[in-house]
Ligand binder design. Structure first.
Ligand code: FE
Length: 354
């Protein structure tokens, strides 16, 4: 037990200096050294959304189980758990990308779990075939465009971003971003590596500026006239559309989303997902927590607070999210994004997409 306390304290100390804003516990009170004793959930998460605090609070209210949250970038999270080994206090791992979950699985950090409620609620293509992780929210990686300058039919496919029509008009973030890597993995899966690489070169040739910033920055760049089209995850646009700031809502009226079609299959879908840590000291609580993520209550929070699409059916979601929720979604199993991740990065590198 002393070993666990020491390990968790060390983790917390690192988080406090390396990740400002990420070290607070659910509920937002002053961070203290968490009690690694049985009966809590120690959560290592790569999600970076304040909205998740609502989720942990709801879980604690429903179960009485406290959530100790530690927020890290995906690679940092994986390296930390590898270093901690069997002494890791982590109970649950959350990632905001299927490829990152796959990497955690490959590193041997996750436990197999057979949880009937999850298998029932969550479509098979959004879960790990080995049962080590499952998706609890969906997001589409799509094209945001300037409504005044671009016709919807001009952005009906992913190919469009590489076409001469958008020479100097594409804004996009860097290629080491997990969302871009997963999209590229899906393109390789569907098109083969040659066409995928030609596409990457075409996008690079069309870039309005070198890759910079996050998805929100790309949408703002459209509003500022720096480009006409951008790649973004759906929830970032919806966050702007549902913002309290009038300028944001105006931006969301000038810009909208196209859900491009990938070879007749629909738009590229990614997940946020969770797995139980292989050496979870609080396994029953960890199972309770992951089960909670698929409940209507949690699903409503993902949609309401972070504008993601539910994985489970029959969930109430805000009007603005619902307006985009009925898109045609590519049924490609998300586990593909992990398997093809290294290939995806190699293609980006060769294409000069930095
Ligand atoms: Fe995100």
């Amino acid at each position: 037990m002393t070993r666990l306390i020491a390990a968790f304290a060390a983790v917390l100390a690192l988080a406090a200096c390396g990740q400002p804003g990420g070290q607070t516990e659910a509920g937002g009170e002053t961070p203290a050294v968490p009690d690694p004793a049985k009966g809590v959930v120690n959560l290592y998460t790569a999600r970076h959304y304040d909205a998740d605090l609502q989720l942990y609070d709801a879980f604690t209210r429903a179960t009485g189980i406290k959530v100790n949250r530690l927020e890290m970038a995906p690679d940092q999270l994986i390296e930390r758990m590898k270093a901690e080994g069997e002494a890791s206090p982590a109970d649950v791992v959350i990632m905001a990308d299927a490829g990152a979950l796959w990497r955690a699985e490959e590193a041997g950090l996750l436990a197999e779990a057979s949880i009937p409620e999850l298998e029932q609620a969550i479509p098979a293509q959004l879960r790990d075939p080995e049962g080590q992780w499952f998706g609890f929210s969906r997001r589409a990686r799509v094209i945001a465009y300037d409504k005044a300058k671009v016709k919807p039919e001009e952005v009906a496919t992913y190919e469009a971003l590489a076409s001469p029509r958008f020479k100097g008009q594409v804004c996009v973030r860097s290629s080491d971003n997990v969302y871009n890597l997963s999209l590229m993995a899906a393109l390789i899966e569907r098109w083969g590596p040659q066409k995928a690489e030609a596409w990457a070169r075409g996008v690079v040739a069309n870039m309005a500026r070198p890759p910079q910033g996050g998805d929100i920055d790309q949408i703002r760049a459209i509003g500022a006239g720096a480009c006409q089209v951008a790649l973004t995850n759906s929830y970032y646009y919806l966050r702007i559309a549902r913002s309290e700031a009038e300028a944001d809502r105006k931006l969301a009226q000038a810009v909208t989303l196209s859900f491009p079609d990938l070879e007749g299959q629909g738009a590229h879908v990614n997940i946020s997902g969770a797995g139980i840590a292989r050496h979870a000291p609080n396994r029953p609580q960890a199972e309770q927590f992951v089960r909670f993520l698929a409940t209507p209550q949690a699903q409503t929070i993902f949609a309401g607070a972070n504008n993601e699409f539910p994985v489970a059916a029959g969930v109430e979601i805000p009007t603005e999210v619902a307006a985009f929720a009925d898109f045609k979604a590519d049924p490609m199993p998300v586990v593909v994004y992990g398997r093809r991740q290294a290939e995806a990065q190699a293609i980006f590198d060769r294409a000069g997409w930095r």
